[in-house]
Design a protein around this ligand. Structure first.
Ligand code: NAP
Length: 310
């Protein structure tokens, strides 16, 4: 399987495995440790970096931006994804809000992107996503903000996150350029997008989904529920069948099979990892070599749903 792939039909080449920085603040990395982490991602072909303005109470973008300051060549080797549209309450870093809400209005999008550019220390964002559906979204107004950002070269491509197919269609209907992604929760333990038409729509429109929490946010390894136990057992068995020994992660290839399960879907899912550990990034990249059979894929589906295939 290819390590880089075009995102969307007319989109940008991104790494099939994406590094996510939601948890960056908790890693407590020094600037040099973060820089080393970024270089290790790039070394194994993980060139796409996922952010959001709100991560770490609006602090993660600037932690990342500090690490890449003055490194133009490094910036050009990566694709930066970031998001806007959520206003956190009682934030230290962007005060003034007492009740959390969504805002996809023109002024908010422009202000948020200007802040992201400054925090990330960059002149352009490769992909801007609307973070969550906003019940008050006026699609004409959101489209007007996108057009301005595109014209000014501040954002190259656009997408959404956590949108239903109809919310996606609404915004797309007002845009000249195609939305290239819908970033959604999807994993062996969270199958909703397979059954609620989200992935059908992605395949139909050749929109590439990104899957957040592709390892269940880590629950896959720690959760002791019956469902997760069942999934773990099947992943482990299939990992053994595939000759995986989990040397890099000590998990018998559970992580790799879980990622391979996402990669096997014909909508061309881009998993967004949340790990702080370079060896776990490398392990996920190795999953690009694993091609699950239909039977293996459906064994995992059955373990997750707790039902046989009807
Ligand atoms: P994840 O990869 O499912 O979970 C990451 C967590 O799992 C980390 O705590 C990691 O700990 C742990 N982990 C990974 N491999 C492990 C292993 N082999 N054994 C034990 N623990 C392991 O993803 P996520 O962090 O929940 O989300 C990934 C990214 O998706 C985020 O960074 C963010 O960019 C994006 N996201 C987007 C949305 C949205 O609404 N659009 C929502 C949530 C997340 P270590 O660091 O110790 O490896």
């Amino acid at each position: 399987m290819t390590a880089r792939m075009q995102m969307g039909s007319n989109g940008l080449k991104c790494s099939r495995i994406i590094a996510g920085f939601w948890r960056l603040k908790n890693w407590n990395y020094s600037t040099q440790q973060l820089l080393d982490f970024i270089y290790q991602c790039l070394d194994v072909g993980v060139t796409t970096m996922d952010h959001a303005d709100i991560y770490g109470d609006y602090s993660c973008e600037s932690i990342f931006g500090k690490a890449i300051t003055g490194k133009t060549a490094l910036r050009d080797k990566m694709q930066i994804v970031t998001k806007c549209g959520i206003r956190l309450q009682n934030s230290e870093n962007w005060p003034g809000v007492v009740h959390q809400h969504y805002n996809t209005g023109y002024d908010h999008i422009i202000t948020s992107v200007e802040r992201s550019l400054k925090n990330l220390n960059t002149d352009y964002i490769d992909v801007l996503l609307i973070h969550r559906p906003d019940a008050l979204m006026d699609a004409d107004e959101t489209a007007r903000a996108f057009d301005k950002l595109l014209k000014e070269g501040k954002v190259r491509y656009f997408g959404v996150s956590n949108f239903s197919p109809s919310q996606f269609n609404l915004l797309q209907s007002r845009l000249q350029q195609p939305l290239i992604t819908n970033q959604i929760e999807c994993s062996v333990s969270f199958l909703d997008p397979l059954h609620d038409r989200t992935l059908d729509q992605c395949q139909q429109l050749r929109v590439s989904p990104m899957a957040w929490s592709p390892l269940g946010g880590g629950n896959l390894f720690t959760d002791d529920s019956e469902k997760t136990g069942r999934i773990r057992n099947v992943l482990k068995t299939i990992g053994m069948e595939a000759g995986l020994n989990g040397q890099k992660t000590g998990e018998y290839g559970i992580d790799q099979v879980a990622i391979a399960w996402l990669l096997r879907h014909p909508s061309n899912i881009f998993p967004v990892l949340g790990t702080s550990k370079p060896e776990r990034i490398r392990s996920a990249v190795d999953a690009l070599e694993i091609m699950l059979s239909r039977e293996q894929w459906y064994r995992i589906w059955s373990a997750s749903t707790g039902t046989p295939v009807p």
